[in-house]
Design a protein around this ligand. Structure first.
Ligand code: NIG
Ligand code: FE
Length: 425
């Protein structure tokens, strides 16, 4: 057996390296205060293996590896590539019309009840070919990557039929291959109850049966998703229905996620904890019992402050209470056409600090290590440490606290996935 010689690259001249180095699991409580920020260090990467070999004093690494190719960080801040563990990046047209309706006083679920909201994205996606969805997804994901994200969870959920859900998931698989970054596919066939199942002769029960008996087995057979998610919310899927879908998903070998307690409390956080879901997401309306349940569980609490901001809702998830209680908190963009049309993950860090009252270090940990844990990937991404995947983001700032500070401005200069530059065009 021949072992190939490593192809070494040395990342030098960073003002700071945010390593997030530590145990390969979600960080909780005071652990989140430490983003492992180091000065005077370089990062040695094996491009062939796509992993980090060492993070250490720059002078020593330069002397030990004179043949390594040099990546000059030009006095910026080098961080693990951001891990965006919650997006709905595959959709057709924008939904800017609803933004004005909400400004004029309409509620999010009220718009949905009138056939807008998710239903409007469903009507639109069903009309589009796989090729069209691929092209739209490619340009949107490139924008996302250009802001420092290198691992992206992508949900289906704007098809809501067997054929259109499978088409969406196949597009996600092709996009991951085309972009050369890790996309984590999630089946969200239970994003809404499609309109055609709300009138006789069909019923919502028929749709749930379709999910459980046909869609989930087909998704599993083709290996198209790692996770199954459900929009568990009063007015969408009840906790009982969510449980049925998630238990069926688990039986098909999928790991679980849950849109939980986003707008109103429905005990969804407790359900996620009880089912051993990898993450419970949103949580703006979580109850004290829900906080306790997540704190006692291995389920990551994924907070999406961009969504509440865009919906114009003043109540954000209780991040401080979750952290104080001992829950693992992650941040994600929720990139989607209805409630969070942003590709700017550093902006979500801004909101993490200003709206959720996180420190900059907590926000960085929430967007790297804990995002990785929300995808069951904490052993391979989210840290710049020996053996981890060489996913890096270079920011044009001098102090890591400036990453959430310059809000709305894209300070990401370059990204690497598995040690290779991410090509954005
Ligand atoms: O996470 N809450 C459900 N899903 C998305 C919104 C989807 C949409 O409105 O298109 C969310 O906010
Ligand atoms: Fe979502």
């Amino acid at each position: 057996m021949s072992t190939q010689a490593p192809d070494l690259a040395l990342f030098v001249n960073a003002a700071e390296v945010v390593t997030c180095e530590g145990p390969a699991r979600a960080r909780r409580g005071a652990e989140m205060l430490d983003a492992g920020v180091r000065r005077g260090v370089a990062v040695l990467v094996d491009r062939r293996a796509g992993t980090v070999l060492e993070v250490g004093p720059e002078a020593a690494l330069r002397a030990a590896h004179p043949a390594a190719s040099v990546e000059d960080c030009a006095g910026g801040v080098l961080a693990p590539g951001l891990v965006d563990s919650h997006t709905h990046a595959i959709f057709g047209r924008s939904r800017h019309d609803e933004q004005e309706l909400r400004a004029a006083g309409a509620g999010y679920l009220e718009i949905a009840r009138k056939g807008g909201g998710i239903h409007s994205s469903v009507r639109d996606l069903r009309e589009r070919s796989e090729e069209e969805l691929f092209t739209l997804g490619l340009s949107r994901l490139r924008r996302l990557l250009a802001h420092g994200t290198t691992t992206v969870e992508v949900k289906s959920g704007y098809g809501l039929s067997l054929e259109s859900e499978l088409r969406t998931l196949r597009v996600i698989r092709r996009l991951g291959e085309a972009l050369g970054v890790r996309l984590v596919p999630t089946f969200l066939g239970a994003h809404e109850v499609p309109l055609e199942y709300r009138e006789a002769p069909r019923t919502r029960e028929d749709y749930i049966r379709l999910l459980v008996e046909e869609m989930l087995p087909a998704v599993a057979r083709e290996g198209l998703a790692r996770f199954c998610d459900v929009f568990c919310e009063p007015g969408v899927y009840t906790a009982g229905e969510s449980r049925r879908v998630l238990e069926a998903a688990r039986a098909q070998g999928l790991a679980l996620k849950l849109h939980a307690d986003e707008l109103e409390n429905g005990g969804a956080a407790q359900l996620a904890a009880e089912l051993g879901a990898t993450s419970a997401d949103h949580l703006a309306a979580i109850s004290p019992e829900g906080i306790e349940a997540l704190a006692r569980s291995g389920t990551v609490a994924t907070l999406l402050p961009g969504t509440m901001l865009f919906l114009g809702r003043s109540k954000q998830a209780p991040a401080r209470a979750l952290i104080a209680g001992g829950a693992a908190v992650a941040l994600a963009s929720d990139f989607n056409p209805g409630t969070s049309p942003t590709v700017n993950f550093p902006l979500i860090l801004t909101l993490g600090v200003s709206q959720l009252r996180l420190s900059a270090a907590e926000a960085l940990v929430a967007a790297t290590v804990n995002g990785a844990a929300a995808l069951a990937l904490a052993d391979s991404v989210g840290q710049l440490a020996t053996g981890f995947r060489a996913d890096l983001a270079l920011f044009d700032v001098q102090d890591h606290r400036e990453i959430p500070y310059w809000y709305g401005d894209n300070r990401c200069a370059r990204t690497w996935s598995g040690g290779r530059r991410v090509q954005l065009a």
